[in-house]
Design a protein around this ligand. Sequence first.
Ligand code: PLP
Length: 485
Amino acid sequence: MGSTSKKTFLPLDPVSFTDKLPDSTPYCPEPLEDILKDVNDCIIPGLTHWQSPNFFAYFQANASTAGFLGEMLCSGFNVVGFNWISSPAATELESLVLDWVGKLLKLPSSFLFSGTGGGVSHGSTCEAVVCVLAAARDKALERLGGWEHMTKLVVYASDQTHFTFQKAAKLVGIPPSNFRLIETSFSTGFSMSPEMTRLTIEDDVKSGLVPLFLCATIGTTPTGAVDPIVELGKVAMEFKLWLHIDAAYAGSACICAELRHYLDGVELANSISMNPHKWFLTNMDCCCLWIKEPNLLTDSLSSDPEYLRNKASKSKEVVDYKDWQIALSRRFRALKLWIVIRRHGLANLMYHIRSDIAMAKRFEAFVRKDERFEMVVPRKFALVCFRLKPKAEEEDEGRELNRKLVEAINSSGRAFMSHAVAGGIYVIRCAIGTTLTQQHHVDALWKLILTRFGRKALALRKRCGTEFVGDEDEILDDFIAAAEM
Ligand code: PLP
């Protein structure tokens, strides 16, 4: 999907989409050309093109040729390195590359194999969090004297924490009534308040509950907020909570010296995870998890069936990654990550992060310069959260107008954006980070927004007698010229 592609994101009618595909399973093998023709004619038009340079939604799933090669090799070898002997090189490479990335992030040696900890790759943050929650739960239950104490365990996160945290907590058996979502607000940039966390924990302790787990985020999904790790770490230590840092999105950025400070305090955490498949040029899927006490993970997740017993595992001198994850089977993801790092080098990985941030700054400048728009939260990484300023007469604080703007942009088929609600405010999210996005795509997006804004604003605001500033045709011409570049 190059820059010349005008309509990358065409909404499909679900009925006409399935109508085109054969509805019965074939008895005889079909020619590959027929299958690929259907892929071309029926599947590709129905894809949301995540690799398009005009994809600005969610957090990107960026990719690279190196990552693609890694995936191809991974699929081609198709080894299943669940324990060391099932593919020694897969396990050894994973341990090595997890230490590499850990060192790029300047994690303390207590998280690395070369120190006293270790790392593992998972398919997603959600799986990683399920595993560390299980480890924390089992450690706590052992201390408390057994499973009957399960209903006392309480977990803490902010109302901005990714919903997968609640899903993970539910999966390990934490009663939903024991989830505490600490409210965030505009005034703290939607970061988690250590003071409110402490007060909530104290209340729970007074009620006879047992604080178990605190999840802090570096780069929250709705607004890219950063929780204060040092202060939260102190609270976690005082009340003996397991502190996990979810750096799924912004962890990648911390390889840059000027952004590493966001991880200050990581030494106080028990575990940390980040997704190279978001912003580290690594094709789906890949989540890195580091843990200070891998034995807690393996105590909780290990299994020892007769059919997997072998001398190497018995020696305890090797890593059996099946005991660091939920499933038995596992992909050779480390190969992909290793190739990505070797092929790009730290220099190009940093360049990628910095250029995305520079483009986000440029977009932010467009927003700030236009008095009809405003930034909703300060930008930290490559996510810009903005909106059309609500007019006094708009009772819903501009929610409907902004929602319609996102809808209009997406239905144009020229770009794809998403939204969030933070502190009750509808926020348009512009996440910059697909590998192919260049400055002119960002400029074209802004022009598209103005065009769509112009149309919607004219339609919506004519009634209120509000004057529209700007010539719609002129803006449209500008946009078309930019898109044709
Ligand atoms: N945490 C954060 C901060 C995220 O932004 C996301 C997804 O965007 C997740 C967790 C969920 O990640 P996964 O799909 O790998 O479970």
